[in-house]
Design a protein around this ligand. Structure first.
Ligand SMILES: NC(=O)c1ccc[n+]([C@@H]2O[C@H](COP(=O)([O-])OP(=O)(O)OC[C@H]3O[C@@H](n4cnc5c(N)ncnc54)[C@H](OP(=O)(O)O)[C@@H]3O)[C@@H](O)[C@H]2O)c1
Length: 295
């Protein structure tokens, strides 16, 4: 087989992510070609270069990674990359802009270690962001009833609608509903009948204080916070917590799920080189995450 070449397409203007390049190398990519400032308008020649240089089975040795700090911009590039392919003339593509898919997958499989998600109720705090939407979708894929919370009911309803629309085309019953939460306010109501909470708020934003977590109903078994920048998203949880028992729950902080996230990222890159037709976005990366977590 020819050497494994990864095209790293990054939507950030100046530098393609060094983090993503190093993970790719650690996952077995022998050459990482980095491009910054990638847009739907300029990506086509890069994709053609990947599609038309190798043929047949050798196409599996070329893959594309789409990253950058703007997840929406990366999603648009992903659509354009897919539109370039025809028939068997294609290469595998992975989307993980800002770590959105791998981070969400790590959080959901961590929660699933302690709660059977099928039939469970999961509160996804700040579920309107790129990570939160993916957490909501992955929980719904597992059969959970998801409460997608935001400071704005309108934003929550819109995000929930978009996630449910994505799921409607699959075999999954759409089960994400939006709800509003006021900081420090109605968390008791939000947590009622919930089995797990996954906080996906912006870096340095407190969503729930320690007291609210302590007084949450006993049904709340797991609390996961993905914000690693102090102050953290859930009071009483440390970034390094990993299945720690605190405030009557099993808790994880952002660094606590970070090791699993890295394994999932590497596995997804490896998977991209297994054939030339993988599309590694939410569902596929979540499928891989469950395999990684079970090993
Ligand atoms: N460990 C890792 O490798 C890793 C990787 C990626 C991300 N992360 C972390 O995961 C978290 C989610 O990432 P993201 O990219 O989805 O986050 P984001 O887009 O920056 O923010 C997510 C949501 O937070 C809420 N929010 C923003 N500012 C707020 C404020 N001042 N007060 C209250 N809520 C506020 C917003 O929801 P509403 O407006 O709807 O309330 C927003 O949609 C972040 O903390 C990020 O650092 C970790």
């Amino acid at each position: 087989m020819p050497p494994k070449v990864l095209l790293q397409l990054d939507t950030d203007a100046v530098f393609a992510s060094s983090f993503d390049a190093i993970v790719a190398a650690d996952a077995g990519a022998e050459h990482v070609l980095q491009y910054a400032g990638v847009t739907p308008e300029n990506v086509t020649p890069l994709v053609h270069g990947a599609m038309f240089t190798r043929g047949g089975k050798d196409l599996a040795s070329t893959a594309i990674f789409i990253g950058g700090s703007d997840v929406t911009a990366a999603e648009r590039v992903f659509e354009q990359v897919r539109a370039c392919f025809f028939g068997p003339v294609r290469v595998s593509v992975m989307l993980d802009a800002n770590g959105c898919n791998t981070t969400a997958a790590a959080a959901v499989v961590a929660a699933a270690k302690h709660v059977t998600l099928s039939g469970a109720a999961v509160a996804v705090l700040a579920g309107t962001g790129p990570v939160g939407r993916r957490v909501a979708e992955m929980c719904a894929i597992e059969g959970a009833e998801v409460k997608l919370a935001s400071r704005s009911l309108e934003k929550a309803m819109q995000a929930a609608k978009e996630v449910n629309e994505r799921l409607a085309g699959s075999s999954v019953r759409p089960s994400v509903r939006g709800c509003q939460v006021n900081r420090g306010g109605d968390s008791e109501d939000l947590f009622r009948s919930c089995d797990a909470v996954i906080a996906c708020g912006a870096a340095g934003v407190v969503l729930v204080d320690a007291q609210s977590l302590a007084y949450a109903p006993d049904s709340l078994r797991v609390a996961i916070d993905l914000n690693a920048v102090p102050p953290l998203g859930i009071g009483g949880i440390s970034a390094t917590d990993k299945a720690a028992e605190k405030l009557g729950r099993i808790v994880y902080g952002a660094i606590g799920v970070g090791g699993l996230k890295m394994k999932i990222h590497r596995r997804a890159i490896q998977e991209a080189f297994e054939s030339n037709d993988k599309l590694l976005d939410v569902a596929e990366i979540f499928r891989l995450a469950k395999i990684v977590a079970s090993e």
